[in-house]
Structure formats: C-alpha cells, structure tokens
Design a protein around this ligand. Structure first.
Ligand code: KMH
Ligand code: ZN
Length: 286
C-alpha cells in the first residue's frame, strides 16, 4: 500500500461560505494561511476554488486572476501540490466562455485540476441551476488542454457510469494511464456514502490507477477512513465538511486534516509528503 495522500479542500468551494461557518477562509491571506496550517498537519495536496475576497462567496467572474494570486502566494510559503477546480466562471456565461477560461486556467502554475466526469443533477442549490453540465466532448477537450499544459486531471466521479467514462478516456488515449480518480460520495444525486458502494466501485477502477475518496458532512471522516483501509487516498476540508464533530464547527481546515492524519497514524498508514505525492501521482513539480 502506498503512503497516504491527504488533500485539503481549503476554500469551501462553490457551496460553503461565511453563511455556513465563520471559520471558512475568505481573503487571499486567509486562504494562504489555511493552506500552510493544513500542510503542517499532513496535507500534501490542496484543492482550490476562487472566492470573492470581500463576501467570501464563490467568485462569479473570471476566477483565474484570483487563483493565480493564491498559487503564487502559496508557492512563496510552502511546498504543496496545487489542484484547482475546473468549476467556477460559469455564472451568467455561455459554454464558449467556460471553455476559454478553462484553457487559460491550465496555465496558472498548478499541477492538477479536478474535473467532473459527467453531467449531474446538483446535490445542493447553485446559481447556475439544477444541473452541473459536463458533456463527454467538453471533458475530452478539457483533458486535452490539461495534457498540453502538463497538468494532471483528478477525475471526479459521482457514480459508476463516470468510472466508465474515465476508462473510455484511457482507451482513446486522451489521458495517459494511470488515471487518478476521486470518488465524490455526495449522496442525494450521486454515490451513496456507504462501504458497499465503495467496494462495488473499486471493482471497476483498474488496479494500476490511483484513487481517493471525499464525502460530505458527517460522512467525510468515516468514508475517508474506509478509503484508507482499502489502500486509497483521502480528501477532507471545508468544501465538503465544516464540523469537527457532531454540532461543533471545525475552526480550521487544519483541524480536519489533523483528525484524518491521527486516524492514519492509528492505522499505521504513513502519510505522503509533497514529493512522495508527486511520485505516486506522476506529477511534475512546478
Ligand atoms: N465540491 C465537491 C463535492 C470540483 O471542484 O471540480 C466536488 C468538487 C468538484 O470538488
Ligand atoms: Zn472543488
């Protein structure tokens, strides 16, 4: 079993803001210091969305200048693998604009980008409506932009059909193997966050690929623990969960990283540092 890669989804993403918890970062300074604290606790990857520095909501304009600033400021402080979302920049824009912004986004200095592997009904309210649109042609095109830029996709799968879509990308040689898959166990409109779902899904992921799990709310820590036991990697953080235990807000993403790192220690699964993470995932250091 490889050492454990812990990703911290730092910013609250598209759904979590100060309306939900006073501890979610808002300004660039907040985000950089949350990254540094999370790395100190064992995170070797950080997943980032652009947030409005004054409101703390998901940024509705072009996210790229904000993400670029995060990346430059993080690189000045700490060594960590940076993974940016392909989401964002959609509110009020047509798909041609998403495409242009995404192509530009591949060149901000990150090593990875998350990419939803299909269209899915939203599991929570969102300003772009009920559907998260990611067609196969979009996915194929966006993977080719990443490949040209030397960025590795993190394939976000919300059901087993999306694992098949990953296999097709590999078969068509659009993405070089081994792929890295994230099982996003959102419940509601996607995978149920259960052990049976996880085991069934793992049967469909080629054994040479790497994989990770994230789950929402109180399912985060149990499903990440299940992933760890099965040899996978984990993602925690405010984008997925704001509670450290029932009814008590986590005060930092670092608290959630520390909690999962402690479980890993108890299970005697060593934690990967950023350079080992790059080796495991086949990334080029930026
Ligand atoms: N918010 C997560 C449930 C992405 O940003 O590309 C899924 C996610 C996808 O992180
Ligand atoms: Zn995200």
């Amino acid at each position: 079993m490889e050492n454990l890669i812990i990703t911290a989804a730092i910013t609250g993403g598209e759904y979590v803001s100060r309306k939900d918890t006073p501890y979610v970062p808002k300004t660039v300074d907040d985000i950089v210091s949350e990254v540094v604290r999370s790395v100190e606790m064992g995170a070797s990857v950080v997943h980032l969305h652009a947030k409005h520095p004054e409101t703390g909501e998901a940024y509705s304009g072009d996210p790229n200048p904000i993400l670029k600033e995060y990346i430059e400021r993080i690189r000045e402080r700490v060594d960590v693998v940076i993974n940016v979302t392909t989401g964002g920049g959609r509110v009020g824009n047509p798909p041609e604009v998403w495409d242009r912004l995404l192509k530009e986004k591949c060149h901000l200095g990150e090593e990875m980008m998350s990419l939803n592997m299909g269209t899915i009904n939203r599991w929570a309210d969102h300003p772009t409506g009920d559907v998260f649109l990611n067609t196969v042609p979009m996915i194929e095109r966006w993977c080719s932009y990443m490949r040209e830029a030397g960025v590795k996709p993190e394939h976000e799968v919300y059901d087993t059909g999306m694992i098949n879509t990953c296999r097709q990308l590999a078969e068509k040689k659009i993405v070089p193997e081994p792929l890295h898959v994230q099982l996003v166990m959102v419940g509601r409109t996607g995978f149920l966050p259960t052990m049976k779902t996880l085991i069934y899904s793992l049967d469909q992921i080629p054994s040479t690929w790497t994989w990770s799990v994230c789950a929402l709310g109180r399912n985060e820590i149990p499903m990440c623990t299940a992933a760890m036991i099965q040899g996978g990697h984990v993602r925690v953080g405010f984008e997925d969960n704001i509670f450290i235990r029932r009814g008590e807000h986590a005060k930092s993403n670092a608290d959630l990283v520390k909690k999962i790192a402690n479980i890993a220690k108890e299970l005697e699964r060593p934690i990967a540092d950023p350079s080992e993470t790059r080796r495991i995932l086949g990334l080029k250091k930026r």
